[in-house]
Design a protein around this ligand. Structure first.
Ligand code: UDX
Length: 451
């Protein structure tokens, strides 16, 4: 099938690349002309595991094309995936101006009927507005548009694997015809008819994900309801962690036992600095806003958001207690990205930590395997090091902000020899408190017993 992808951010590129790998012909466009030129030249503008090899293969097989001419891209596809950003406004409400802009563009440029699919995360009832806009701006109503919602459940860092091996594919449609088209698009994924870069073509057996056909309103709600629930789970674990510290219990023992109940599940119960990234913080805000506008006060989400913001305060309580005065101290920050395996620093807790350290007069040395170049322009006062051991040289404290594997594997004996003081405050609970103490470190983490 011929598909159009509007918006070449991580969701658009992963969607385009994986659907091309599934045998479709994909036409990608973006208002950022530089990005399109980069993509044409075979350069992937974001760090996402396996994405460049899937894009390379698709380009070689002439399955993926890039153009900065949106009209050309729109006319090339039968189905159009909208993958543009929906950032939060000051109020927390999702800013849908990019969706609105694209809707008008599609209405103006299309010459044949199109199925327009919302892939970007949008609040419920956006589909209704999208349908209205497509109708209102359509050239004398000659072209017919159908709308569908197909939310993504792609985790940054594992997005390609998530796309090829989904737990579920949700398609919100208005009629059976659109459902059939969406099934046709996703059948090669469900039937594993693609070259999987994650498993080198040998995917483990196991049931493929389920394709769920719902109404558009339900599909939109599923996305926000899922992400907000996961955010809620993390904040819940963080409150338990605070309680463990007061009571003298160990959060990892508690959450592991909780998680073994299949109704709870072990994932997303990791205590620490809390959630960041461009999904959870904005989705939870948009969901609170949407609920409130519908007359439903989602207080538990407000609490989850508050708990998450307070994680930075908790971290600083630990820093103040262990380091005492911050002013004039040399501090290493391990990790800038909001989580491991991505270069994304949007709403990254590490950046809030650094801003506060700088405000309090610390000299900050930061390291991250992927996110340094993105952070530099935002925080020029920081000294950056590719090598974590260089970042740790002569520092009074090391603060762990991202759970990168290379930080897990650090040789602390070696690092400790060059640090001014053996103090580690771990915002991601990466190390064994006992082992760190054996190495002579004053070690602090979240909610764990020091043994
Ligand atoms: C999320 C959803 O998982 C995905 O389905 C959705 O479509 C997009 O949003 P992502 O933002 O890539 O994906 O990150 P995710 O892996 O879900 O982690 C979010 C944040 O929560 C990270 O900052 C992570 O460090 C934090 N987290 C996660 C915890 O603090 N504790 C946990 O137990 C799990």
């Amino acid at each position: 099938m011929r598909l159009t992808v509007i918006g070449c951010g991580y969701v658009g590129l992963v969607t385009g690349a994986c659907l091309a790998a599934a045998g479709h012909e994909v036409h990608c466009t973006d208002i950022d002309e530089k990005r399109i030129e980069q993509l044409k030249a075979g350069k992937v503008p974001i760090y996402e595991e396996h994405l460049d090899e899937v894009l390379k293969r698709a380009a070689a097989e002439k399955k993926i094309f890039y153009t900065s001419d949106a009209g050309e891209a729109i006319r090339s596809g039968e189905v159009i995936f909208i993958c543009v950003g929906t950032p939060p406004k000051e109020t927390g409400e999702a800013d849908l101006s990019a969706i609105d802009h694209v809707a008008r563009q599609i209405a103006r440029e299309a010459r044949t009927p199109k199925l327009v699919v919302e892939k970007s995360t949008v609040p419920a009832l956006t589909g209704v507005q999208l349908q209205k806009a497509l109708g209102a701006y359509s050239r004398d109503g000659a072209v017919k548009f159908e709308v569908a919602s197909n939310p993504e459940f792609l985790r940054e860092g594992t997005a390609v694997g998530d796309f090829f091996h989904p737990d579920r594919i949700v398609v919100g449609v208005e009629n059976e015809k659109s459902a059939t088209v969406m099934r046709e698009i996703y059948n090669p994924i469900l039937q594993r008819k693609f070259h999987c870069p994650v498993h080198a073509g040998k995917c483990p057996n196991g049931a493929p994900g389920e394709l769920l056909v719902t109404t558009i309103n339900s599909a939109e709600l599923i996305k926000h309801a899922s992400n907000s629930f996961l955010a809620l789970k993390i904040s819940y674990a963080n409150v338990i962690s605070d309680l463990c510290e007061r009571i003298g219990a160990d959060v990892e023992e508690v959450t592991r036992a909780m998680g073994l109940d299949p109704r709870i599940g072990t994932q997303f119960l990791k205590a620490g600095l809390g959630f960041g990234g461009f999904c959870f913080p904005k989705d939870i805000q948009a969901f609170i806003h949407l609920s409130s506008s519908m007359g439903v006060e989602f207080d538990m989400l407000k609490a989850a958001e508050r708990v998450n913001k307070q994680r930075i305060d908790r971290f600083f309580e630990k820093i103040h207690k262990a380091l005492w005065v911050i002013k004039g101290k040399k501090v290493a920050v391990l990790g800038l990205a909001f989580k491991a395996n991505t270069d994304d620093i949007r709403f990254a807790p590490a950046l809030d930590v650094i801003r506060r350290l700088l405000d309090e007069g610390a000299e900050v040395h930061a390291t991250d395997p992927e996110a340094i170049s993105r952070t530099k322009p935002l925080l020029p006062a920081v000294k950056y090091h590719e090598d974590p051991y260089q970042a740790l040289k002569g520092v009074d404290a090391a603060l762990v902000c991202t759970e990168w594997q290379i930080f897990r594997n650090l040789d602390w004996e070696k690092a400790g020899r060059t640090m001014a003081r053996r103090l580690v405050i771990d915002g991601r609970n990466l190390y064994s408190p006992r082992k760190m103490q054996e190495l002579g470190f004053d070690y602090h983490s979240f909610g764990r017993l020091n043994r």
